[in-house]
Design a protein around this ligand. Structure first.
Ligand SMILES: O=C([O-])CC(=O)C(=O)O
Ligand SMILES: [Mg+2]
Length: 423
């Protein structure tokens, strides 16, 4: 980023007051009568009702539309372990996106935990009063154990956004990119740079969508993850291939797909030059991609290029997933977000990109046209249709797969965030 853009980002966060989120009151409070309802003595009634039946928390509190965004700050974006306090702008940012795109109230919680167990205990102890828990920016491999344990312990959706949100959006964009490039997914040679939470979840979901594990070359800091390595944790070991390739430089030769979930500027123009025809490059490290889109397009005019950023075309970023996935899950009171719901979100996103783009989206991006093709493989976050398409698909899948505690919402389809409480 230029110095001017960096300053603009700091000003945005500090002016006219610090931060990006506020709390609002939703009931009248202008008289003593109101206060007697909102607070003592009236507030005792909903307390008694919830003590009698915990489900009443959905009726008398904000629980049903409330998601905690929880991080330990150990893997903030692609910046690394900057600690809980430095993660707060990202976590407040997730809250902004939950509210702006899906009408969900969200509060960020940054935990200074000395161990995964301490983190689990903290989250588990507060989970009961939330509608869902969005785990964010927690490093691998700890994040896998943390998520698995919390899913077992909680009766509300617990979703590690960097794994599943990123994977869902990546898979949706990848299915379209592969179709446009004319590459069948089961034949695509895929190089995945990075072996953290997002990388492992992305590759697992691509395999669910038809990619073949033996065609996937995953690399961590030590190089290609191959079957001869003895230093692999159980998660990386799932992607150990029988191969003589050892480095990115070797693996990239003739590859159809590059997925970067690692760090800035790790794919060179020369390496991109050696990929197969119509190469697909998802350089998703935030904020700085593995290869800058300008350099990628200068290097090859047949590249299909995506990044995680809002300021370039083809934004493959979990913002297209988590707000709407939680919307659908909350509205049917799903007990978890299962594979069926994740795949439903993938297909909803994939299919929406193939439809004509509304004028309001063109205006938001200040462009004359956006059409399904190399420069548009995935809907933009500003597309108001995402709310209904993804939330409906997820809610339907939750009902059909038996994890919903409520029927498909009668107030769907949702056309605006203002409608999320129904009529
Ligand atoms: O925050 C973003 O833009 C996407 C994300 O979750 C990450 O990079 O960790
Ligand atoms: Mg994240």
């Amino acid at each position: 980023m230029t110095d001017a853009k960096k300053q603009a980002a700091l000003d945005y966060h500090s002016q006219p007051f610090p931060g990006k989120l506020s709390v609002e009151i939703t009931k009248p409070t202008s008289s003593a009568k109101h206060l007697a309802l909102a607070y003592s003595p009236g507030v005792a009634e909903p307390c008694r009702e919830i003590a009698r039946d915990p489900e009443n928390a959905y009726l008398y509190t904000g629980k049903g539309n409330l998601v905690a965004v929880i991080s330990d700050g150990s893997a903030i974006l692609g910046l690394g372990n900057l600690g809980p306090r430095a993660s707060k702008p990202v976590m407040e940012g997730k809250g902004v996106l939950f509210k702006r795109f899906a009408g969900i109230n969200s509060v960020d919680i940054e935990v200074d935990a000395e161990s995964p167990q301490a983190f689990i205990d903290t989250v588990s102890r507060i989970a009961g009063t939330w509608g869902g828990i969005n785990l964010e920016d927690i490093k691998a491999p700890e994040c896998f154990e943390i998520e698995r344990t919390l899913i077992e312990q909680c009766d509300i959706p617990v979703f590690h956004d960097d794994q599943h949100g990123t994977a869902i959006v990546t898979a949706a964009g990848m299915l379209n990119a592969l179709e446009i490039a004319g590459k069948p997914i089961d034949q695509a040679r895929i190089v995945c740079l990075g072996a953290g939470s997002a990388a492992i979840a992305c590759m697992k979901l691509l395999v669910s969508c038809g990619a073949r594990t033996e065609n996937i070359y995953m690399l961590d800091r030590k190089g290609v993850i191959h079957s001869g390595r003895s230093d692999l944790n159980e998660y990386k070991a799932m992607f150990a291939t029988e191969t003589a390739l050892r480095t990115l430089d070797e693996a990239i030769d003739g590859a159809d797909v590059f997925v970067g979930l690692s760090g800035p500027n790790l794919l060179s123009a020369e390496q991109l030059g050696r990929m197969a025809a119509s190469p697909i490059v998802f350089a998703c490290s935030n904020p700085d991609p593995e290869i800058h889109p300008d350099l990628a397009h200068e290097t090859r005019d047949d590249v299909i290029m995506a990044t995680g950023r809002s300021d370039f075309p083809n934004q493959v970023n979990n913002v297209l997933g988590f707000p709407f996935i939680f919307r659908g899950a909350l509205d049917v009171r799903a007990t978890r977000i299962n594979e069926e719901m994740k795949l439903a979100a993938v297909y909803a996103l994939r299919d929406l990109a193939r439809e004509p783009v509304p004028q309001a989206v063109l205006e938001a991006y200040e462009v004359d046209a956006l059409e399904y093709g190399r420069g548009y493989i995935i809907p933009t976050p500003m597309d108001a249709r995402l709310l209904d398409r993804v939330a409906s698909a997820v809610a339907r899948a939750a009902v059909d797969s038996g994890v919903a505690r409520r029927p498909f919402p009668p107030h769907y389809p949702l056309t605006r965030v203002e409608d999320v409480y129904g009529g």
